[in-house]
Design a binder for this molecule. Sequence first.
Ligand SMILES: NC(=O)c1ccc[n+]([C@@H]2O[C@H](COP(=O)([O-])OP(=O)(O)OC[C@H]3O[C@@H](n4cnc5c(N)ncnc54)[C@H](O)[C@@H]3O)[C@@H](O)[C@H]2O)c1
Length: 671
Amino acid sequence: MTTAEFKKQIAEGIPFRLPAPKPYDQNLNHAPKRKDILNSTEKKLAVKNALRYFPEKFHSVLAKEFVQELAAYGRIYMYRFRPDYEIKARHLDDFPHRSRSAAAIMLMISNNLNHAVAQHPHELITYGGNGAVFQNWAQYRLTMKYLSEMNDEQTLVVYSGHPLGLFPSHKNAPRLVVTNGMVIPNYSTQDHWEKFNALGVSQYGQMTAGSYMYIGPQGIVHGTTITLLNAGRMISKTGGGLTGKLFVSSGLGGMSGAQPKAADIAGIISVIAEVNPKAIQARHSQGWVDEVFSDMDKLIRRVKQATAAKEVTSMAYEGNIVDVWEKFADENINVDLGSDQTSLHNPWAGGYYPAGLSFEESNRMMAEDPEKFREAVRKSLRRQVEAINRHAKRGTYFFDYGNAFLLEASRAGADVLNPEGEFRYPSYVQDIMGPMCFDYGFGPFRWVCCSNDPADLEVTDTIATETLVKLIEKSPVQIKQQMADNIHWIKEAGKNRLVVGSQARILYADAEGRMAIADAFNKAVAEGKISAPVVIGRDHHDVSGTDSPFRETSNIYDGSKFTADMAVQNVIGDSFRGATWVSLHNGGGVGWGEAINGGFGMVLDGIEDTGNKLRMMLHWDVNNGIARRSWARNKEAMFTLKREMERTPGLKVTVPYIADDEIIEEAIKEV
Ligand SMILES: NC(=O)c1ccc[n+]([C@@H]2O[C@H](COP(=O)([O-])OP(=O)(O)OC[C@H]3O[C@@H](n4cnc5c(N)ncnc54)[C@H](O)[C@@H]3O)[C@@H](O)[C@H]2O)c1
């Protein structure tokens, strides 16, 4: 298809003539059939809701088709309206537009739906089993049309994938405001999501799926590498590093698929179990996992050989993680680091496959007998924890990697609590990412080159490296290690060939680093050293962007970890300081109802005023969370805030006085 035809199709939105029905492509990874949750009245409502997107003349054909889709898949995806062109990141000028910012957003949306990037592309799911960009293809088509038409004095409003419309605004306002899954708090259980989503009125946007900020598995490779390196420092106080050590986990899906690659980069041997052969095949063919085993005995022999020879390799096991933990315990295989990355934020609808059932049996049971399936999941989690406990007794450092493993295991009655009623294993944020990164302001900084040209990405890599190398010289000792890890990462990034989809990169930096790199990019765009604008953003796994009591904010100990003021304030603050788009979500990462998270995207177009905006916005985007973490008495954040206030005129933050525990004990005794 020529670029002109592509542009024409985007500008058309919902086609004037009914396109031919599309075949169901068996070669693609599809979302599992969703639970049959609607009663007969609600099913009619779901179809009526879906028909709202189309002129009446199509209704008699589409009504029948949508009833069938709802029965067959539990959702109405409107498959017939999938476009014929390939959806992928392109040069921003290849998208029809009146606003370059809108074109950049189209590029980002397209990347999230690219077949090479998305987990279930035909169901518009980017990752995590249910992380949706849109609920159906009509929403995609309409959104792209609006973006192609809008100017820089309009703002597009998107409610859970549904484009509400273009509203007049002004040049400095965001071009797009997205919310996903925002519901009245009392209506935020898993089944509420199933129901609202089946009705077509809400969606689970995960974190970067519904905010158009996904950059393929590279983001999570980086996060996992940093986590493993820091975990390695924790377990080898003697400085032995990760050499010859073994990491065991599960999942080779959208995000979890990064684990073997990250383990290779961090220099630790890894075994990752995965029940879905298609997921294994995808990661193996991309070179993200080195070896594949379906025979447990062969796997064990290879693990023994690799650990004895201290040979770094990553191994996928085609089967259930529960079997790996149990068999490795029986065989006395010493596991140094352990985690889990099944999609336990979504335990009943395909996120977790119970031991003892085949992949196909599970898929059938979750749709046909959901209660029996729930019991199988609970039983499997209890078995998994029992086996992990055996390993932990022998010294395995097990951590929850932000997938709600401990939460769901405890709900299943697994032996995962200590006598004080707390989880016996830490979340990776409590021990590692919180105190070592977030409390110092270190978090994700990602960018995408809108020329879609690898040469531009190389230039940005060099600029980012030079900027950080300059900053590390005057960094305080407390943050030098994080700076050094990220300088090493960015120097190696090109070599590790991490790009899948758009020309994107990620690193971790603090407020100063993020502002300096963005500033340098903006100048390079102005000077023509980078050939087109650059989008900056982050995932929501960060200092300020997310309130998630068992993940991002699990190292907040003043009782406020169940509040969500920080994440909401963050998005509001970003939106009036210059973000090109902002998004606020219910649920990312750990599950619907379990977190509130927000993000932003900003187009660096080389204009001087963009320089002012980026400094103002990034400063807030990091220091909001630093101020909150400092108020929670986190000492690393108190240190960072003090430093920030010394150098930033106008920043005046309320700092806590620290009470002496003995005074409180005495006071309680006396009353
Ligand atoms: N820590 C982080 O920074 C972070 C980041 C992103 C996602 N997450 C969380 O990690 C989880 C995984 O995300 P994802 O995008 O990879 O999801 P995904 O659904 O794409 O992948 C999970 C994989 O686990 C496999 N699986 C499920 N049960 C299994 C079992 N018992 N044994 C072996 N394999 C099994 C599935 O087949 C699937 O391929 C999610 O809960 C997500 O929210 C954490």
